[in-house]
Write a protein that binds this ligand. Sequence first.
Ligand SMILES: Cc1ncc(COP(=O)(O)O)c(C=O)c1O
Length: 450
Amino acid sequence: MLANDETHVFYRNPFTRYPTVARGEGPYLFDENGKRYLDACGGAVVSALGHSVPEIADAIKAQLDRVEFAHTSQFTNPSQEELARLLAERAPPGLNHVYFVSGGSEAVESAMKMARAYWVQMGRPDKWMILGREQSYHGNTLGALAAGGNRWRRAVYEPMLFKAPRVAACYCYRCPFDKTPDTCSLPCADDLERAILEAGPESVAAFIAEPIVGATAGALVPRDDYFRRIRQICDKYDVLLIADEVMTGLGRCGTWFAIDQFGVVPDLICLAKGLAAGFVPIGATLVHDRIIETFHRRRNVFQHGHTYMGHPLATAAGVAVIRYLEQHRLVEASRTLGDELIGRLRGALGGHPQVGDIRGRGLFVGIEFVADRETKTPFEPELAFHRVLGDAAFANGLIVYAMGGTIDGRRGDHVLIAPPFIVTRAQLDEIVELLVRSIDAAVAEVGARQ
Ligand SMILES: Cc1ncc(COP(=O)(O)O)c(C=O)c1O
């Protein structure tokens, strides 16, 4: 452990004492004291293959031996060419072009700027607005933060954020329109039309959404027909659809792309996290033919770029990750093991008085907690139930992605469970057992404080 006054690191949370990680192996991390942690969320839904996979490390080392870096304004490199081809072959039809960056926020920034540049080239320079949804997260750079709907993350920076009207979340457990599955006519999707009309269709460039909402709301799965309605509304008003798959992409939800499960083709897809599975930082924006064609027709370049885009080490890792996923049939594994995990969680926690909802797709599972199951009343935000639970789990050697503000940026608590796709069934049992124990400890602790 580092004492905070003995370090020069500006930590995420300077009031926390972080253990020092020493090594990783499969789904486990070990700290310098030898304590073992079952990493059931890949950090922040990053480590799709587990830790220290020799095949990925070897691919990075081999690239390092050939050349470590060549700026993309001067050279292309074989691994970025190959990774772009592999992604285009697996992406929804038409998304054949890949713009590489270094992380999720950069992928989102690139997508939003590309949408804007597209409309300028189409002779519609008034189209600049990006609409997002309540309770969404698209990254922490200013543009991505502006498009996102997570209030506590935005609060301090609010005056610096561009105007991005927001659309209702598709949140069936707490429907903002008080609908039930029987009475639902998708008013949350129609809310996009309201927002476009209010903003003025002539000024809206794109709508951005996570196919399954991750960090802010804990694996919110939309109704099967939600995105088809969204696509129709986007088409009606000439609005591009950006699928932010930074968390959900590359097999996490049991298909290469989560949007594949909803029967629509977006215009742009943002990727990061699972793309190099945490071995190196990478992000990518997948771009539809019709957007690229506007650049080509006008012989324009996309006015954007970052120093490390298409970095050979990152793209070499990406190629190795896709090959590994395929060789070991891990996208399928994510689907089947995800179903099993949800089944086990429902079995163990379905009747728990503090568990309101268990949801997700593939190995991307959320649990929402409540103080009262009948009324769905959340815990008081001051109790920070999610933090107490996250800490209890960590102490028990289980890492989960615990977050608060599930309902509106302030109220509500959830955890994301997103183990690597190589997780075994015995390890799924271990996750469930440690989680149940941690939930009971957290409930007891907040109970004692009340
Ligand atoms: C859906 C989504 N988009 C974008 C981001 C931002 O990615 P990064 O932290 O790599 O910038 C995240 C990060 O959690 C995310 O979940």
